[in-house]
Design a protein around this ligand. Structure first.
Ligand code: SAH
Ligand code: SF4
Length: 429
């Protein structure tokens, strides 16, 4: 979501005549797009702001801006104002479209500009001209915000209430992306399964409509919420040929007691049933997840249930996080917080289990041929290219073709070696 916000911001700046500059300390304008989901991003953010003091001193016309989830929290804006007076513009997640006006205001008045307005009608994607990071694939927002209030999570407070874009507007955007050479889209939302537009279209309706767009080859989406995923959506894996056989389905915990405390609205039995349904709709589907370790009140038994569900599902990959208390969320006020050493010990055990499963699952790929869309070239060796399979596996492969010939194209790759986080291979005719 932040990545796509950055693409939209870059588009607004290009329209004002700015060009991309790789060095944020030499640029005329630098925008720090922040995340506040966990505390380590929080800490790094303030350190980064400090480093810009000397830039501002030596070049008073340099403009430093901050946006994203951090400034949605009043304590952060207060701290910026108090300790980092050299920050020129601060704007919230719902004020992105206003950036050109904010820059003008700063230049005209010379005063610091702060624009954190909640419940703005969100950025109008139809008006945006994002600078996309890849020419063949694009991120497409389908919903904004979140209504779920998982007790650990700050997102509903920083991104506001959930809103769905109209199906017709999403499809129009994708059609124009395809006309521009895009063959793969990632539909984005904090909980794509609760998508419902003003005309009553569901997420399954949306996938079917996107699947009908000529010229498009791959459809992905993120993130699914187990409480809202529908049978009709799961059936799309059978009926929609462009829908990639890959799903990110955060489980967060394998303990029913903790899932309840997290306000997730499903239990392990319901989760496992969804996994079964997905695998019967698409036997080769790859599944990834998010897991939180050390949620308040987590006992050794709760944690073992998490290890157990991971072994049962056999995830292809997982993002594992140590619980990070977020000010203002209910879980941060729970009294039974877990000591750091216990969290770290469990985290290490979980990572070992997950990595062993990923490694084992990847072994099944060795010797087989997969379609891969080439995305990047190795810096050290032009004949080594990276790309993704339909199931989102990262493949590094060698090819005789030049980077220009192959980038953004679908090629066939034979897998020669499987590692924990990637596959190695060679392009075949
Ligand atoms: N909307 C998505 C993800 C949002 S944040 C979803 O519901 O899946 C991405 C992940 O960060 C979450 O799935 C969760 O595992 C993790 N996360 C969120 N808040 C956290 C916290 N306070 N501490 C640790 N991990 C957290
Ligand atoms: Fe956070 Fe839960 Fe919303 Fe995901 S669904 S963004 S974890 S509150």
């Amino acid at each position: 979501m932040n990545e796509h916000d950055s693409e939209n911001i870059a588009g607004l700046l290009e329209a004002l005549g700015y060009e991309n500059c790789d060095d944020p300390y030499k640029a005329d304008i630098t925008i720090i797009n922040t995340c506040s989901v966990r505390d380590n991003a929080d800490k790094r953010f303030f350190g980064t702001l400090g480093q810009f003091k000397k830039v501002k001193k030596s070049r008073p016309d340099f403009m430093l801006c901050v946006c994203g989830c951090m400034p949605q929290q009043p304590r952060v804006v207060e701290e910026i104002n108090k300790r980092f007076s050299w920050v020129d513009i601060v704007f919230g997640t719902q004020n992105i479209a206003k950036l050109p006006e904010l820059i003008e205001e700063r230049q005209k008045t010379g005063r610091r500009v702060r624009a954190i307005v909640d419940n703005n009608p969100n950025i109008d994607e139809d008006e945006m001209k994002p600078v996309r990071m890849h020419s063949h694939k694009a991120l497409v927002n389908i919903t904004y915000g979140c209504n779920n209030f998982c007790t650990y999570c700050i997102v509903p407070y920083t991104r506001g209430r959930e809103k769905s874009r109209m199906l017709s507007s999403v499809c129009d955007e994708i059609r124009s992306l395809v006309a521009d050479g895009v063959i793969e889209v990632m539909l984005l939302g904090q909980n794509v399964d609760s998508y419902r537009d003003a005309a009553g279209h569901s997420f399954a309706d949306l996938i079917k409509a996107v699947n009908d767009i000529e010229g498009l080859e791959r459809i992905r989406f993120m993130t699914s919420h187990p409480k809202d995923i529908s049978d009709e959506m799961i059936d799309c894996f059978r009926t929609c040929s462009k829908l990639c056989h890959n799903i990110h389905l955060p489980v967060q915990s394998g303990s029913d007691r903790l899932l309840k405390r997290m306000n997730r609205h499903y239990d392990r039995a319901a989760y496992l049933e969804i996994v079964d349904k997905l695998r019967s709709a698409a036997p080769d589907i790859t599944i990834s997840t998010d897991i939180i370790v050390g949620f308040p009140g987590e006992t050794e038994e709760d944690f073992e249930e998490t290890l157990d569900i991971a072994r049962k599902v056999r995830y292809d990959s997982a993002f594992t996080f140590i619980y990070s208390p977020r000010e203002g969320t209910p879980a941060a006020r729970f009294e039974d917080q877990i000591p750091d050493d216990v969290c770290h010990e469990r985290f290490d055990r979980l990572v070992d289990v997950m990595n062993a499963i990923s490694f084992e699952k990847n072994q099944e790929y060795t010797g087989n041929i997969y379609e891969v869309i080439a995305e990047g070239v190795s810096r050290s060796d032009e004949t080594t290219v990276s790309g993704r399979t339909d199931g989102f596996k990262l493949v590094n492969f060698t090819t005789d073709k030049s980077p220009e010939e192959i980038m953004g194209r679908k090629v066939k790759v034979r897998i020669t070696e499987s590692k924990t986080f990637s596959l190695e291979g060679v392009e075949v005719e």
